[in-house]
Design a protein. Structure first.
Length: 149
């Protein structure tokens, strides 16, 4: 079998409707648009969002202030007191470990460790970002913060 042998299924292909090509075509004179009126004219009909003359929804709603920055990077905040509660001395804190403990929902979330609370355990932190106060508390407890943060 070759490409030249392929044909569409029987009855699948239909001829294009050619309107305005004489009475014998079945679509002559008014070209299937009926008689007079807005919809019979070229470019006729109602626009998208037309609601029968009442004020359209797009005009009824208020213009809200501000905008949403689509370049914004969202981090899941995790405080050091939660690390102290969930991890043992000498543990490595990374995103898979946080997901396993149920602190973070998804493994592709970006995590930032913040400095709220106290830390008494020595931990190795490997997350996307660490605040300056959290870094100071982690290092003061004998732990360390590793890149990429």
């Amino acid at each position: 079998m070759e490409i030249k042998d392929l044909k569409p299924a029987e009855g699948f292909k239909r001829n294009r409707k050619r309107v305005g090509r004489g009475a014998g075509s079945g679509y002559g004179k008014t070209s299937g648009r009926g008689l007079n009126g807005q919809k019979s004219r070229a470019g006729g009909g109602k626009g998208v969002g037309f609601e029968g003359g009442q004020t359209p929804l797009a005009r009824r709603l208020p213009k809200l202030p501000g905008f949403r920055n689509f370049n914004r990077v969202e981090y899941v905040p995790v405080n050091v007191n939660r690390l102290d509660a969930y991890f043992n001395d000498g543990d490595v804190v990374d995103v898979p470990a946080l997901v396993e403990k149920g602190i973070v929902k998804h493994s592709n979330d970006l995590v930032k460790v913040l400095g709220d609370g106290e830390l008494t355990k020595s931990l190795t932190v490997k997350v996307d970002k660490v605040s300056a106060s959290a870094k100071a508390k982690i290092e003061a407890a004998g732990g360390k913060v590793e890149e990429p943060c």
